[in-house]
Design a binder for this molecule. Sequence first.
Ligand code: ADP
Ligand code: 5GP
Length: 193
Amino acid sequence: MPVIKGKAVIISAPSGAGKSTISNYLLKKSNKLEFSISATTRKPRGMEENGVEYYFLSIPDFKRKIKNGEFIEWEEVYKGQYYGTLKSEMDRIWANGRHVLFDVDVKGGISLKKIFGNKSISIFIMPPSPEELEKRLIKRASDDPEKIKMRLKKASKEMKLANQFDNILINNILEKAEEEVFNIVSSFLSQEN
Ligand code: ADP
Ligand code: 5GP
């Protein structure tokens, strides 16, 4: 169990539902929050840089960190692709006097909520429909059709876990969803405990 020195905001969603877009909005609007940079074994996409969006690791390096107990949680999110939250990230952010923003998959979000309890708020971003989710993944154009199929298959399982989150927010009209998430998070961060 880590020493909890701040609060945590946990954002999870099926891939393509809009959690990166909404997380970036929160980070721009609130200087109290800082993004937890996860480690991953997937390759960088587009303009992604090591140490900005992710720490990009080889599979042996990732496995070594698992063995050394460096992750608070990790998942094989897709076959052969590992993602994990480093304990050192939380310590770094809390030492900066900020609260941690996690953008993790649905299982990871449920694990983190169990660890941080009422020091955290968990928000599930729900796409308006499976059809709209597919459209967004195609429009984002960051995955090939095979990967999109894999992400959609996983999404249908993940949506069944939404009720394990503190809040479920439907991301239909983006500006409205951003505003609502911001209000939920601001109210949580301003609470005393
Ligand atoms: P995630 O991080 O959950 O995988 P992204 O934030 O990358 O999802 O969003 C997936 C795609 O959908 C992006 O191209 C984004 O611009 C778009 N998008 C996000 N929210 C909306 C919305 N409410 N309406 C239409 N498109 C959206
Ligand atoms: P992407 O490859 O699209 O960046 O991310 C794929 C999925 O992995 C997303 O759902 C993202 O939230 C999730 N993810 C990113 N970092 C972590 C992490 O540290 N732990 C877990 N469990 N999932 C993560």
